[in-house]
Write a protein that binds this ligand. Sequence first.
Ligand code: ATP
Ligand code: MG
Length: 422
Amino acid sequence: MAEQSAEQASVAQAMAIRLWNSRWLLVAGVIGILVAFAFAGISAYVLVPALLLLLAAALLPATGLRHSGENATAIEAIGLQRLSGEYLAAAVADPLIIFDRSAAIVHANAAAFAAFGGIAPGLSLPLKFRAPEMQTLLDSVLSGTIASDVVDYTEKLPVERAYRVSASSVGHGTDLYVLVFKDQSETRRIDRMRADFIANASHELRTPLASIAGFIETLRGPARNDPAAREQFLQIMQNQTGRMARLIDDLLSLSRLEMKPYLKPGTEVDLRQTVDSVIDSLAPLAHENSVVIERDFAKGPLNVPGDRDELFQVFENLLENACKYGQSGGRVVVSIAHADDGSEPGIDVTIRDFGPGIPEEHIPRITERFYRIDVETSRTQKGTGLGLSIVKHILTRHNARLTIKSEVGKGAAFSVHLPTHG
Ligand SMILES: Nc1ncnc2c1ncn2[C@@H]1O[C@H](COP(=O)(O)OP(=O)(O)OP(=O)(O)O)[C@@H](O)[C@H]1O
Ligand SMILES: [Mg+2]
């Protein structure tokens, strides 16, 4: 019933709009007919139908280019009349609160209820949002000096979330106002990560650079005429430039991986051949560290979908770590086996060393950029702290999993589970 009467009201409104739009034509028509009636002596039987005809013509829906604009206005008027504020608020994904002149909540959408506990119609906003910036925002909009304003506001509980809050007057004499909360937490987190990353990267570059600068100064001063010291310092400087070059290579590697988030589909990698060539390429390092690398490969083909160069980089990083940090164990076992854990079918490549192992509390953080258990050991091993974060990046692109198991004093095992169906 209510819907029908609303529709009738809308149609009446559309007719009124059409009449208003053609008011001047109507006036001219009526004057014309009256003049004809007065001077040309047309009969009253013609006069009334002529006036009715003129009215009907004015009420007909408009056609043509000019009229399509008017039509759209009429449709918009009808459409907006059907729209309730409640539906509009529900369609907004961000938390939205409508309030009145006394700053009491009139309506809040579902997102607002989910974001802020304990809000209800009638509740005073200054009591709910006690932060000074929110009070200022409410005051400035309610005082009527400005129509809208924006502030940054942080909600502490249940979890910390940062919002950009805008307040504006609904207008048209409604005496209503609206608050919209835009969640900025994710953007802030990414900004913080980027700032941390730049700080870490520049710190890592600054350390070898400072040492090189120091040695240059010594070589030009006190060690100017000391060939033995010169030789030793030049060697250190060469090591430091090598470290800077490795760091830049790793940074470029990470950014290249971030630039191409999807794998080229359809390429297969022979894990037996790939892991074999990783072992061959690291034979000199293993020899240098007195580590024996043992192979334990399953029989038959060991192929997975993926990118060969990227998987090479993964196993190279893991095996290099095992040789460097697990050196004291004297041996490293590299195994490839079909995974039969009942979940998705795949192949597990495990690199196990028998060194000091990794204390449990470090395991969850070890794949973070620049995270090292012992910075000094890593530096003496020419590590940049980026190896495992590159590994993690590549494995994510391969839909693969990295599992780290370790017992302090007994060694560490890094296991990569690669699905056989991409
Ligand atoms: N097999 C392992 N045993 C003990 N500690 C390990 C082992 N593998 C990694 N770690 C620890 O994890 C840290 C991070 O390793 P990651 O490979 O990310 O960096 P890195 O080896 O220091 O540098 P990069 O790999 O870039 O040369 C290492 O510094 C080391 O402390
Ligand atoms: Mg490493």
